[in-house]
Design a binder for this molecule. Structure first.
Ligand SMILES: *Cc1c(COP(=O)(O)O)cnc(C)c1O
Length: 436
């Protein structure tokens, strides 16, 4: 499979590895697959109870065949996914796919871990080194830090806004050490992003170091996210399903649409958002109106101009499919989120984090107005409830149990480097740490 920019579909094609290390296409577009591929035959050959890593290896074969041998794909899948999604059922028509059993307790672990292993594999093979630069408002940084920790030939530098990430997120970012450096920037998340962008454009830095990114538009994070939709389908005996996806930048949902395009049977996708509802609004009105984001309890979904929308729209356009026939939007506000968290705890004995609660409520609304013959809905659970203790406690009056891997992180000493919000400050750290 080859890739071109979303903004120049007839333009230069690159392979997977090039797309991964470049991150963004040279014209500012996103890398996007060209041509058709089917995973259907591979899936039909798998037993219904196959473990996730085996399904992942099988599904990745046709996708990566051009650049990786089958043995290498199988090894990458084994090494990148020592954790699994878990299916639970609320009732016969509504299931939850828990994606928070990885090291940072959020679904972003799947994409980040696969990306880290692919990059390591390629750098070691060519005896090269790279520095990953990432700005984070919280969630992405913790997944990236954990995924790249101790990967060979890679240094990781994470910039986060001082005082503006949650205490748990800060612990997750700053306590690893070794090849992971956390920079506590005196400024906002926008300052962090600007510094990273300036670094990528700075001739002196780029001459000295190989700088690369790990953000959510990277194809190396998107592709592996298709794998858990595929796994859910295998575990349901390949019967048609609908998927409900709590969405912000729409990477997760776009990965599901890719899986459908590659041959997975999907009846509907439900795009669940908080009040930052540009995509549900687009589905209703046909107009895309990006705007500044508003703050909510589900802060990883506070996005006013989703970066993957470009890909999502193109996927439907190129498939000649009406986006409204496949995708429905649902918007859930903060009060409804809290009420859903409380109700799910009471009725099912389950704690949901605020992001997953939005997915839950959107799926229930969808099911209520669908005929009994509609496919069962699988709602993606994007974060562990213990990552959002305060909100969970506010909604339910109880505290969920904290998983061992999070509890351990909370006890480690913080190691962050304080820096000003300028490129000069970032350059100084890079030069002092990595010049040889
Ligand atoms: C990142 C994130 C989301 C949103 O995912 P997108 O791929 O940006 O749509 C939802 N929930 C949680 C917990 C997240 O961390």
């Amino acid at each position: 499979m080859r890739y071109t920019s979303t903004r120049d579909r007839g333009g230069a094609e690159v392979g997977f590895r090039t797309a991964v290390f470049q991150g963004l296409a040279p014209d500012g577009g996103l890398f996007h697959p060209v041509g058709e591929v089917s995973v259907r035959g591979v899936l039909e050959s798998l037993p219904r109870n196959a473990p996730f890593a085996e399904i992942a290896a099988a599904a990745l074969q046709p996708l990566l065949a051009e650049e990786f041998s089958p043995e290498r794909v199988a090894r990458l899948a084994q090494e990148a996914f020592p954790f699994e999604p878990q299916l639970t059922s609320l009732h016969p028509r509504h299931h939850v796919l828990e994606l928070f059993h990885g090291p940072s307790c959020a679904f972003k672990d799947f994409g980040a871990s696969f990306l880290a292993h692919v990059m390591e594999d390629s750098l070691v093979e060519h005896n090269e080194r790279a520095i990953i630069l990432t700005a984070t408002s919280g969630d992405t940084g913790s997944a990236v830090a954990r995924a790249f920790f101790r990967r060979r030939n890679i240094e990781v530098v994470i910039l986060y806004p001082s005082g503006r990430v949650s205490p748990l997120q800060e612990q997750q970012l700053t306590t690893l050490g070794e090849n992971v450096t956390a920079l506590e920037v005196s400024g906002s998340f926008d300052d962090c992003q600007r510094m990273v962008k300036e670094a990528f454009r700075d001739p002196a830095l780029n001459e000295r170091f190989r700088l690369t990114s790990a953000n959510s538009i990277n194809l190396g994070r998107l592709l592996p996210q298709a794998l858990y939709y595929i796994a859910a389908s295998v575990w349901f005996g390949l019967e048609p399903l609908s998927f409900c996806v709590p969405s912000g930048n729409f990477g997760n949902l776009t990965a599901g649409v890719l899986a459908w395009r590659w041959g997975l049977e999907v009846e509907r996708f439900i795009a669940a958002t908080n009040i930052n509802d540009v995509v549900p609004e687009y589905l209703e009105t046909g107009e895309y109106r990006p705007r500044p984001s508003a703050q909510t309890y589900a802060n990883a979904m506070d996005v006013g101009d989703p970066s993957n929308f470009e890909r999502l729209r193109l996927l439907f356009e190129e498939y000649g499919e009406d986006i409204n026939a496949k995708l429905v939007g649902e918007r859930v506000d903060d009060a409804e989120t809290l009420a859903a968290m409380q109700r799910v705890r009471r009725e099912y004995g389950v704690f949901l984090d605020p992001h997953t609660a939005i997915g839950f409520l959107a799926a229930e609304r969808y099911l209520e107005r669908s005929p009994r013959s509609a496919a069962p809905v699988v709602t993606l659970a994007t974060a562990h409830p213990a990552k959002f203790l305060e909100v969970v406690e506010q909604a339910t009056g109880e505290r969920p149990e904290i998983p061992e891997r999070l509890a351990r992180t909370l006890q480690l000493p913080k190691q962050a480097v304080m820096v000003e919000n300028t490129l000069a400050a970032l350059s100084e750290v890079l030069n002092a740490r990595y010049s040889r």
